[in-house]
Design a protein around this ligand. Structure first.
Ligand SMILES: NC(=O)C1=CN([C@@H]2O[C@H](COP(=O)(O)OP(=O)(O)OC[C@H]3O[C@@H](n4cnc5c(N)ncnc54)[C@H](OP(=O)(O)O)[C@@H]3O)[C@@H](O)[C@H]2O)C=CC1
Ligand SMILES: O=C(O)[C@H](O)COP(=O)(O)O
Length: 481
């Protein structure tokens, strides 16, 4: 059942507030006419107050014992799960994710938060003795601990508005940082609900503050602010590149776009490959950074693979997220226009339409294009939509070459029965992760998650996110001095 949404307030220093500007941003439904809610458009002065509140709260938050910080995270996870239906309903309305997927995102977030607390509780510092280095003395004892960075700016994208926000907030909080949370505007209603859960769990004032408003208006102000100590960003490559320039010497972790290839060798189990490619490419309409966004298949099995893909594309559930379909309307009409332009360009340049190329509003039916060549935009551009180009190749080397020509380097899948070849190809690919006989994906969430080239900088995944939000602090004890 869809609930009626009203105007949402922002959260600063433990209080829910309306912007003194009176300005709000309207959030348009991805799949029906009308708005689903509004969020506050903060002025720079209000964003400044939020940062000062986080800065002031940080010193005392860092002194709270790790056990107590972990207990807060456990309570937050419980509150979140208790709100699962409500949050999933809002997520569905706001970003057009099916109820089933939205509910499993809340469950995944519950697990993420709890694991983060456990990871931190089981991590210790180290001590080292000076005599390991030539001329050093064993009376010099180094104690190495990890300390928080200060105020973390967490900027999240629309497609996992709860999970990709909590996966920044939880590691920041457990390690003693405070947070300025800037959710994606389309995704902010879900982010605010997640924050309500944290507030109910007993979050001390100022420890997390939500700053809403268009990223293009307040983003640079937040990123370059001297009291922001670190930026954890997930979003598009252009936004991320600009952010890295504005951030200057601040540490940043960037998880950006991708063009993950599914490489299918002629010895592959084609049914297994098809199952993984279909779910990798089309779930949530391809609006996942880790979606399979091109297939590089050996000529000798290309006809068979494409025929099998075509059969499975026809089976995909297409339509409104309310009925839990797999392929749902895209986030907005601009995004749908972009995907349609890629399809039009490919067809004009001679690609074969195997399925799809039908549009109803923001809904693009699952589209499969064969005989895609390197002169077509769809071979290189990240669509963030349900269009899958098939590029035929004559050898592993050709597949590797085309895979690596991309500006992106997030993940890649290799489908083969030959484990030696799989490792050979995996070693050649310029990506953060390679999946052998499986679809490209971020989880499980304790694995390192990273992109190279235009896909990012730094590493996420629970333990790595904690590392990225802390630094080493060395205290040396000089015995007998
Ligand atoms: N590698 C990964 O882990 C993932 C990557 N992505 C990538 O994200 C993209 C889709 O997400 P989308 O939300 O559209 O991405 P955007 O880059 O448009 O937005 C991401 C976030 O950045 C904010 N933002 C916009 N301008 C600025 C600015 N100048 N300074 C600081 N922040 C700013 C946005 O705010 P606002 O909404 O107000 O504009 C939003 O919160 C795809 O390219 C996808 O591949 C998505 C998920 C995971
Ligand atoms: O934003 C994304 O697309 C996610 O980070 C991908 O997560 P998933 O691979 O678990 O869907």
């Amino acid at each position: 059942m869809e609930s009626t949404l009203t105007a949402q307030r922002y959260y600063v220093n433990g209080e829910w507030k309306e912007s003194s500007t009176g300005n709000v941003v309207e959030i348009q439904s991805p799949y029906k006419d009308g708005i689903v809610g509004t969020v506050q458009a903060l002025s720079q002065e209000e964003a400044e107050a939020a940062i000062q509140s986080a800065k002031q709260a940080q010193k005392s938050w860092a002194k709270v014992s790790l056990q107590e910080r972990a207990n807060l995270l456990y309570k937050w996870a419980d509150e979140l799960l208790a709100m699962q239906d409500e949050i999933a309903d809002i997520m569905m309305q706001e970003v057009g994710k099916s109820l089933k997927d939205a509910k499993s995102e809340v469950q995944r977030t519950y697990d993420y938060i709890r694991y983060t607390a456990q990871e931190a509780l089981h991590t210790n510092g180290e001590s080292m003795k000076g005599d390991r280095f030539p001329g050093g003395s064993s009376s010099k004892v180094g104690i190495v601990d990890r300390v928080p960075l200060g105020v973390v700016l967490a900027i999240s994208p629309f497609n996992y508005p709860v999970n990709l926000s909590a996966s920044k907030l939880a590691p920041a909080l457990i390690s003693g940082n405070t947070v300025i949370f800037k959710p994606a505007t389309q995704g902010a209603l879900s982010g605010i609900k997640m924050m309500e859960a944290l507030d109910r769990a007993g979050l001390p004032a100022g420890v997390v503050n939500i700053v809403t408003g268009r990223g293009s208006v307040i983003g640079d102000f937040l990123v370059e602010h001297k009291d922001i100590s670190m930026v954890s960003f997930t979003g598009g490559t252009k936004t991320g590149e600009n952010l890295a320039k504005v951030a200057g010497m601040k540490p940043v972790v960037l998880e950006l776009g991708g063009k993950d290839p599914g490489i299918v060798r002629e010895d592959a189990d084609l049914d297994k490959a098809v199952k993984n490619i279909i779910s990798g490419a089309y779930s949530y309409s391809g609006q996942r950074c880790t979606a399979i966004k091109r297939v590089l298949v050996h000529d000798n099995v290309a006809d068979e693979l494409v025929a099998k893909l075509k059969e499975q594309v026809a089976e995909l559930a297409v339509g409104s997220p309310v009925e839990s379909n797999t392929v749902v309307p895209l986030i907005d009409s601009k995004s749908a226009d972009g995907v349609q332009a890629l399809i039009d360009d490919a067809l004009a340049k001679g690609a074969t339409l195997v399925a799809g190329n039908k549009r109803e509003g923001n809904l693009i039916h699952p589209t499969l294009l064969d005989h895609v060549t390197e002169d077509m935009d769809v071979a290189w551009v990240e669509p963030f939509g349900p269009v899958l180009p098939v590029i035929r190749v004559g050898s592993d080397e050709e597949a590797i070459e085309i895979a690596n020509k991309s500006q992106y380097g997030l993940q890649a899948s290799i489908f083969t029965r030959d484990v030696d070849k799989a490792f050979y190809i995996a070693n050649e690919l310029e990506v953060g992760a390679v999946q052998i006989n499986g679809r490209t994906e971020r989880g499980p969430d304790h694995f390192p998650f990273l992109g190279v080239k235009g896909s990012g900088m730094g590493t996420q995944g629970i333990a790595n996110s904690i590392l990225s939000m802390t630094r080493e602090k060395l205290t040396v004890l000089n015995l007998g001095n």
